[in-house]
Design a protein around this ligand. Sequence first.
Ligand SMILES: Cc1cc2nc3c(=O)[nH]c(=O)nc-3n(C[C@H](O)[C@H](O)[C@H](O)COP(=O)(O)OP(=O)(O)OC[C@H]3O[C@@H](n4cnc5c(N)ncnc54)[C@H](O)[C@@H]3O)c2cc1C
Ligand code: FES
Length: 355
Amino acid sequence: MPPARRPHRLRVAAVRLLTAEATAIHLEVPARLRAAFAFRAGQYVTVVREEDGRQVRRSYSICVPEGSEELVVGVRHLPGGRFSGYVADGLRAGDELDVLPPAGRFGPSIDPSGSRHHACIAAGSGVTPVLSVAATVLEREPRSRCTIVLGNRRTDTVMFLEELADLKDRHPDRLQLVHVLSREAQPVPLLEGRLDPPRVAALLDALLPPEGVDEWYLCGPFGMVADVRALLRERGVDARRIHRELFHADAVPAASPADAQADEGATVTIVLDGRRTTFPVAGGPLLDAVLRNRPDAPYACRGGVCGSCRCRLLEGQVAMERSWALEEDEVDAGVVLACQAHPRSERITLDFDAR
Ligand SMILES: Cc1cc2nc3c(=O)[nH]c(=O)nc-3n(C[C@H](O)[C@H](O)[C@H](O)COP(=O)(O)OP(=O)(O)OC[C@H]3O[C@@H](n4cnc5c(N)ncnc54)[C@H](O)[C@@H]3O)c2cc1C
Ligand code: FES
């Protein structure tokens, strides 16, 4: 398997409690793995663990700027969370984690000669990729500026509060940092409450007129990201300028179960690393059958949000339950998420090399 799709054992250099319910994990990348773990702002890494004989994969956005030698991720503790619970219960410096190299397409293409305004709107743990995007842009595009609008419950629940304040101190004129808190009194009423559409609309009017922004980065719960995107589209922002990252598929609307149940048998061929493999599929998401026949195929969330399993449909037809991780023009161009795709023709060919 190529190094980019294989987990590598990394040593935990440090573990820091960020808030009562979130932990930062610093991962050491040895010199021999630097090329494999080089990353772009906004990308994520995926931790792979064996639990009860099954592989559990969980992705975490990298929080540090492009070029950092150490990888840092921030994990919010979830009640009953398999991996976040393990982190909260006792991950220590010196422990080791199996980690897949960086992936994802959320962040900007850096243009050192560019003079752009990058605006990030995030909530809760959605700050993680945004911190990397903002820090990278401010370091590597000296004529660009950045706005971060960040929703949380209270100041003491803000992940990376100090890092955000440091970034603001380093770039006071080029970073606008706006904290919106839902359960803590704020001096300005506009900054008190949830990042719901009326508040975001008022924030755009007061602080962030869309016509002055070049690129938008949205990360948070599905409802917030969908609402803010719709608002920006109403205000005339080009869809190609709105970048979205989601952490969790539960709230993402799926195609009707009846449609998903309409699976029939098919013969599937996949192309991966130049090698073709053909196998029969009885039903269910194509990724399940792909992994039974080619366990080296890429995937992470299995929920249609991370985009790791993207591939190109070369032959046949599929129906996707969710395609949130893809832009409309990608779907039109035949890009498919294998974890969401169900067969709808007798023969299907998926190319994982042309993603
Ligand atoms: C591209 C990408 C980047 C991500 N980056 C981060 C990050 O930077 N920081 C971070 O903390 N997480 C991030 N996540 C989410 C992370 O991968 C895990 O899904 C999350 O930590 C939960 O894993 P778990 O094993 O602890 O919980 P699980 O055992 O999977 O779930 C426990 C319970 O929590 C619910 N749940 C799972 N995930 C969420 C969620 N995100 N929000 C609300 N409820 C949830 C489940 O439905 C279940 O009821 C990212 C996900 C993706 C796809
Ligand atoms: S594995 Fe995450 S989108 Fe398919």
